[in-house]
Design a protein around this ligand. Structure first.
Ligand code: ACO
Length: 314
């Protein structure tokens, strides 16, 4: 009998410090009007003294609680992050220790597509019977790799974490997943590794990223729907990576999906990279918009570039 990977718990966590567009006006040559019109972002959360693992822990505990599982019930932890707390060990390993779990744990790095890559990897372990319950986390402290004097990037990125528990189900769950990469776009969006104790900052060609994101994500969404013999009318919700409201609008328009079927958290969360999809998912689940049996489409694209989509029955 085919095994499906199904989400049975979601959780998220945001640091308490709110940085509004008006706060950024005080330090950058920018304005609330410009940021709102060009990105859809109004405010974002930024850590003061918390680590990527601290955020991941809070989101994971909430997801485990919803799934009614204990850390000892988890067979594998996969954590997607662009901002690991250390070069090694993996932040997932540190999370395993703090949760009191004893399963294997590893990190995945695909920037803003990280959660889709992590969930797709977890799906394989469940479908081939190697794991029953997997904790999949997206956690980021993007504020640590932002150049706070660069107005073209500082307005976009933010901190937060989201998590899901993926479990074996005999009837339904993830129906389709696809991940893609094209490393020839390195210069469009990257961060240099400047060596010991010297992190680089986000370097981005915003216009280029914008165009590629819209084209790659809409093509992949169309391909995903076609492979599943569906149209966008069959989707209950799209839960996209939250990078820019104009990217989300353009993709929805291309696949003929009304915006009232899109979960948006961009205005309050900004771009939290690998955390943005599970953060938006958890918000939709907890406020009652997303319900069991709903058909969801996740899609995201990240620096340099990697992108992917997942279609699932929640
Ligand atoms: N405030 C005011 N003016 C600004 C700001 C700012 N914060 N940032 C740039 N400008 C200026 C520019 O200097 C430029 O001025 P000029 O015409 O005098 O040269 C003008 O605004 C227009 O700049 P553009 O870069 O052309 O503005 P654009 O409409 O492309 O918006 C933006 C910029 C918001 C970055 C957009 O390109 C974008 O969102 N791109 C996608 C970026 C993204 O989503 N990255 C992450 C996705 S992948 C991932 O999540 C890792």
């Amino acid at each position: 009998m085919k095994k499906f990977a199904r989400i049975i718990g979601t959780g998220s966590y945001l640091p308490s410090k709110v940085v509004t567009n008006f706060d950024l006006e005080k330090t950058l040559n920018t304005s609330d009007d410009w940021i709102t019109a060009r990105t859809g972002i109004k405010e974002r959360r930024i850590v003061t003294d918390q680590s990527t693992c601290d955020l991941a822990l809070e989101a994971s505990l909430k997801a485990l609680s919803m799934a009614k599982l204990k850390p000892q019930d988890i067979d594998l932890i996969i954590l997607s992050t662009t901002t690991p707390d250390k070069i090694f060990p993996a932040t997932a390993t540190m999370l395993q220790d703090r949760l009191g779990a004893s399963c294997p744990a590893f990190d995945i790095q695909a920037v803003c597509a990280g959660f889709v890559f992590a969930l797709t990897t977890a799906q394989q372990y469940i479908e081939n019977g190697s794991a029953k319950n997997i904790l999949v986390v997206g956690s980021e402290t993007m504020s640590k790799i932002v150049d706070w004097s660069d107005r073209s990037t500082a307005i976009l990125f933010a901190d937060g974490a989201g998590a899901v528990v993926l479990s074996t189900d005999n009837t339904t769950g993830i129906k389709h997943s696809k991940i893609c990469s094209d490393g020839s776009y390195l210069s469009s969006l990257h961060v240099n590794n400047n060596g010991i104790n010297e992190l680089g900052t986000i370097q981005m060609e915003g216009n280029e990223v914008f165009k590629i994101a819209v084209n790659r994500l809409s093509d992949l969404a169309e391909e995903t729907l076609k492979d599943c013999n569906m149209t966008s009318e069959d989707l209950t919700w799209m839960v996209p990576h939250q990078a820019n409201i104009r990217i989300i609008n353009a993709v929805a328009k291309k696949i003929k999906l009304p915006m009232d079927k899109v979960i948006q958290t961009l205005d309050k969360h900004g771009n939290t990279s690998a955390a943005s999809i599970p953060l938006a998912l958890d918000e939709g689940v907890r406020d009652g918009r997303i319900n069991k049996g709903d058909t969801l489409l996740f899609e995201g694209i990240g620096g340099g570039f990697s992108w992917g989509s997942i279609l699932l029955e929640y």
